[in-house]
Design a binder for this molecule. Sequence first.
Ligand SMILES: Nc1ncnc2c1ncn2[C@@H]1O[C@H](COP(=O)(O)OP(=O)(O)OP(=O)(O)O)[C@@H](O)[C@H]1O
Ligand SMILES: [Mg+2]
Length: 338
Amino acid sequence: MFGRRKAAIGLDVGTHAIKMVEVTVSGSSAAITNAGYREVPGEEARAEALRQLVLDKGLRGTDVVSSVAGRSVIVRYVNLRKMDASELQNAIRFEADKYIPFSIDEVVLDCQPVEGAESVGPDEMKVLLVAVKRRLIEDHVTLLRSCGVNPVIIDVDGFALGNAHLLATDMKGRQGVSALVDIGASKTNINVMENDRSLFTREVYVGGADFSAEISRRLAVNPFEVEQVKGDPGDRQEEVREAVQGVADDLGNEIRLSLDFFENEFDRAVDAVILSGGGSRLAGLAQSLEGNFNKPTEVCDPMSAFSLRLSQGGAQTFQEKAPQMIVAIGLAARLGRN
Ligand SMILES: Nc1ncnc2c1ncn2[C@@H]1O[C@H](COP(=O)(O)OP(=O)(O)OP(=O)(O)O)[C@@H](O)[C@H]1O
Ligand SMILES: [Mg+2]
């Protein structure tokens, strides 16, 4: 409601790290009022890491917005004949069956008309179709509850990325077509936004872990050392650059294919690429990708859109990791905006 303060917590349980952000919106400004970060040393250690974070940050019993991602999340843009919202809700189960590789009984479905798509006939509309394996959502909810928090919304990483951008642009204002690209550990999410509308999303399975594997192999360092070398390569900068070049090219080509697809499908150009996620922090990667896309490419800077109201320690963690916190910000934005 106008003028009211509203706080919400986004909890991004990534494959490499858990990120938590509390966003407080009051009037037309948004502030980061709590933040936490904890690495996940391995699949089996995820629950323990989350439990620790919940404990450290005093989150027991609080409502959170969290997300799922990966191959059990299917996002498709499909052309359907024009129909109203209630008709669409009924039709979508039948339509979805054609587009998703799982049984319709195994998934939770959601859909939404996409405004402004070019390649639709006069009697057609474009619809964003989201299908998530029910099991994935149930497991995630169980994990969150067993760690002491109360999930109120389960979103999808790619959409959270768009919501973070919307919250930031509410505060700052950005026009044109931007491709948001979040480079995580296991995958990279792409969300192309025109002003305040998300027009296209895709997930590609290249990410920071692929860079780590190459660095580990070529520089003969263990996984712990890899993280140190990535964060601060010192005099091994050139070795790191050479080690990751192949993966950087693969990732760049995958993203470029998506941008090309978008530009053809929607008949408009992508003006800028905004990178986020821990993977985007690798020294030299943004420049390498910029060379590949031939579009202005920058690593996002949440600090320019949000004020920080954190303890000194919290502010330092947040600042260091800022681009990595974007999905968590976007999750909190789901509740923080209204
Ligand atoms: N300073 C840095 N320089 C380079 N790489 C970094 C840096 N900090 C973190 N990373 C890398 O970023 C990745 C983790 O980023 P992030 O936290 O966004 O992933 P995640 O959300 O856990 O993964 P996913 O989204 O795939 O589930 C790891 O591969 C890590 O090595
Ligand atoms: Mg992530």
